[in-house]
Design a protein around this ligand. Structure first.
Ligand code: MTE
Ligand code: LUZ
Ligand code: MOS
Length: 751
């Protein structure tokens, strides 16, 4: 089935927050923010803002009726800075005017004096000063200390990976509309409706039932709207609450880039020990996570780094230490992979270092250590239905690894100024929220009298195609045409207590809740059809392609006929459904548990060509064998894999978030921040489906797909590195991503 939204996307008729027709009396808000990264607010004079043309009101912390607090995991983040600012871009006040232009112009008239304090942007520097978001966490398996002696080879190193701007096409925004009885409806571009609802309620000091949140779709989220949609919604809500008028707040691209958090940069130290036959016996790693100025989701992201530190390998002796470091940057946040990519990049760097030290190909070390059935992860869970080896072997064979390496060597011999390199990139990603309680979802299904169906779930459509999958699931459950199914907006009054659509679990959790709801209605409708047919209780009644079948034979009854008759006989045609992932748990005192419903594995082969005059690199091909399970929708899944891979390539090769030493973002526009476009996508992007029985814990055996393929992009770093080595075998190459042309040139010719 093709994506049910494809038509709207192509025609440009899909409606985002800023496309909604504005209600009469709608006002426009603009944020007044800190222009320095750290200091005490010594004077805040907003008189000129207040008297500027078109201005209705200006709000500060003093106007918050509830709590000036938006921290989700720890209460360490005010909505408005009061006495001090901790990062450049931090909101200090909100101006509301009749037009957006007026609001923005007025904001420029604010006089804010800040007594500057020292700025820290480097996580290692923060760690030296004991500036942590929370105490470090350590995961252990076996005993690294004694294992080093048993190793034939030990290597150490440092690894750095940079931030990444989400660059969702739709910027952050919200539209808050007062309803009667001091209630608010907030239309928000959020992945997490309940987070928006809770944040607005906390700011206003009202119970959750006074706040309704509604989402039609997002123009992308990528994790950037998992919880960072909340402050903008809360700001619009605050203004709408005081003024009793609708208030819209949409960030422009520049403000969005300056004011919102990004993927966490990490700096890490590793030590890896191997035996003569390339078995990794011990691995020790310390992650310094650059959290930014407040916790945001950093503790959860750090946890996923701990969980994914050994990628897809079994290592018997492991020690992983993770430190979340407080710096003066906007709080960094969820981004596709959620700390997993950062950790896996370190693991692959360690393997690369060992391979270079031993003079063997990295893929031989990778292959010798792949997880097999029953192997224990450092967090206690055992590998189950593990396809790591199958994917790796199939990638080796189908993509002719040996032949490819020969051709590359041949190319490199015959080209002086272009060099090719190759990397194999196996991945393993755990599926479930690592906070166990978030692994729940609900759905609400209505069948209308004409047989058409309305489906509400907690899932947010952000381009990933979850609504298409949900429509398929409902259509399949009732055996009716998908045209009869309508996916309603995601709304907190129809689906309460939603987990964010994140952790790649959107279709698993909501799909299973939806299946639960459809089962209830289907049972009632089958009983009703039975009685319409005068069939005995034990008769075999089934819905098959809009017809009712009795003991395998078609009857004259149709879906529409049964639905209408059921209505006339007062059969309940609505149903709530619920799903909670069984058996997942995690014990943080022992740092052991079974946090994931299942794992997704795969292997990619990445080939790159470096232009050794210009320092530019082209990723020629990415081919992968990926475990989609038994895919519900191969086209949607392929789109997810391809998009994720290109996003991963961007993180590893060109996207460079640069804040200067004063904490001011330099890469603050699309002229200074380069994202992959169609020309930087590999000419050969070939993602093949591993043939499997499918995953029983996934919805209809179709595995989660949103995040895992992102990590294939990591292969690009090592492919480029391999090509550089072909030009300059003795190059001193740090593990420092992204591998931009600037760094490549330096590697080729630098000191
Ligand atoms: N695909 C598109 N087109 N836009 C997005 O914002 N977000 C990604 C992924 N794919 C995203 C996307 C992220 S970070 C996640 S967690 C998943 O989609 C969330 O959706 P799912 O759980 O339904 O896979
Ligand atoms: N969000 C979250 C996530 O709250 N918990 C997670 O485990 C997670 N994983 C990936 C992406 N977002
Ligand atoms: Mo995705 S980072 O879980 O929104």
């Amino acid at each position: 089935m093709k994506n049910i939204d494809a038509d709207q996307y192509v025609r440009g008729t899909a409606r985002y927050v800023d496309d909604l027709p504005e209600l009469q009396g709608t006002l426009h808000a603009h944020v007044i923010d800190a222009l320095v990264a750290h200091g005490d607010i010594v004077r805040l004079n907003l008189d000129a803002v207040r008297s500027a043309p078109g201005v209705t009101a200006v709000f500060t912390a003093a106007d918050i009726p509830g709590e000036n607090q938006i921290g989700g995991i720890f209460p360490d983040e005010p909505l408005f800075a009061e006495t001090q600012v901790d990062y450049a871009g931090q909101p200090i006040a909100l101006v509301v005017a009749d037009t957006r232009t007026h609001a923005r112009a007025a904001a420029g008239l604010a006089h804010i004096d800040i007594d500057a304090k020292p700025v820290i942007v480097d996580p290692r520097e923060a760690a030296k000063r004991n500036l942590f978001i929370h105490p470090p966490r350590t995961f252990r398996l076996g005993d690294v200390t004694s294992a080093w002696q048993a190793c034939d080879h030990v290597f150490e190193g440092r690894v750095d990976s940079g931030g990444q701007e989400h660059l969702y096409i739709e910027t952050q925004g919200a539209y808050a509309i007062p309803k009667e009885g001091r209630c608010l409806k907030i239309i928000s571009s959020t992945q997490g409706l309940t987070a928006v609802q809770k944040t607005a309620a906390r700011i206003l000091g009202v119970p959750l039932h006074r706040i309704e949140v509604d989402v039609t779709r997002l123009g992308g989220g990528f994790g950037g709207k998992e919880d960072q949609a909340s402050p903008w919604a809360a700001l619009a809500a605050l203004a709408a609450w005081h003024l009793d008028q609708p208030v819209k707040l949409i960030l422009d691209r520049h403000d969005d880039m300056r004011m919102t958090g990004k993927r966490h940069p990490y700096s890490s130290d590793f030590k890896i020990g191997l035996t003569e036959d390339l078995k990794i016996l011990a691995y020790e790693v310390t992650f310094f996570q650059n959290a930014g100025a407040a916790a945001d989701l950093s503790p959860a992201i750090l946890e996923r780094s701990l969980l994914h530190a050994t990628n897809t390998y079994f290592i018997p002796n492991v020690k992983i230490v993770a430190k979340s470091c407080r710096t003066n940057l906007p709080p960094n946040t969820a981004f596709r992979g959620f700390g997993g990519p950062q950790a896996m990049f370190v693991m692959e760097s360690a393997i690369c270092r060992a391979a270079e030290g031993l003079g063997v190909a990295a893929h031989r070390i990778q292959e010798a250590n792949l997880l097999v059935e029953g192997d224990e992860f450092p967090y206690g869970q055992k590998a189950k239905r593990c396809h790591a080896k199958t994917c790796f072997r199939q990638a080796q064979h189908r993509f002719e690894l040996a032949g490819n390496l020969d051709r590359i060597a041949q190319f490199n011999r015959s080209h002086a100024l272009h060099k090719q390199g190759l990397a194999v990139m196996p991945i393993c990603f755990g599926i479930s929220f690592t906070k166990t309680h978030l692994n729940q979802a609900s759905a609400l299904v209505h069948i209308y009298q004409d047989g058409s169906v309305g489906v509400s779930t907690g899932a947010v459509e952000m381009g990933q195609g979850v609504n298409t999958k949900l429509a398929q699931i409902a259509a399949q459950a009732f055996s009716i045409s998908p045209r009869r199914i309508r996916l309603e907006t995601t709304n907190t009054t129809r689906t309460a207590n939603t987990s964010p659509t994140a952790a790649s679990t959107g279709s698993d959790l909501n799909g299973k809740a939806l299946l639960d709801a459809t089962r209830g209605i289907r049972d009632r409708l089958m009983r009703h059809a039975s009685s319409m047919l005068g069939a005995p209780d034990d008769a075999d009644v089934a819905f098959i392609e809009e017809r009712i079948c009795l003991n395998g034979e078609q009857t004259p009854l149709t879906w529409e006929g049964v639905v209408l008759d059921a209505y006339l006989h007062r059969v309940d045609l609505s149903q709530h459904g619920f799903f909670a992932t069984p058996n997942v748990y995690f014990d943080t005192t022992r740092e052991k548990g079974e946090p994931f419903a299942y794992h997704v594995t795969g292997t990619a082969v990445v080939r790159a060509t470096v232009d050794c005059i210009r320092g530019t690199a082209i990723i020629d091909e990415v081919r992968a064998i990926h475990d989609f399970g038994s895919s519900l929708n191969p086209l949607v899944d392929l789109g997810q894999a391809e998009g994720a891979i290109v996003q991963g390539l961007g993180w590893m090769t060109m996207e460079e978030v640069i804040a200067d030493e004063k904490g001011i973002l330099q890469s603050n526009a699309l002229s200074t921040y380069k994202v992959p476009d169609i020309y930087s996508a590999p000419e050969i992007l070939d993602v093949q489906f591993l043939e499997t029985e499918g995953e029983p814990n996934a919805v209809l055996r179709s595995k989660a797909v949103g995040e895992p393929p992102f990590m294939y992009g990591i292969g690009a770093f090592f492919a480029i590195r391999d090509a550089i080595r072909a030009f300059r075998p003795d190059a001193d190459l740090p593990f420092d991503a992204p591998m931009t042309p600037e760094k490549i040139l330096f590697a080729l010719y630098g000191a």
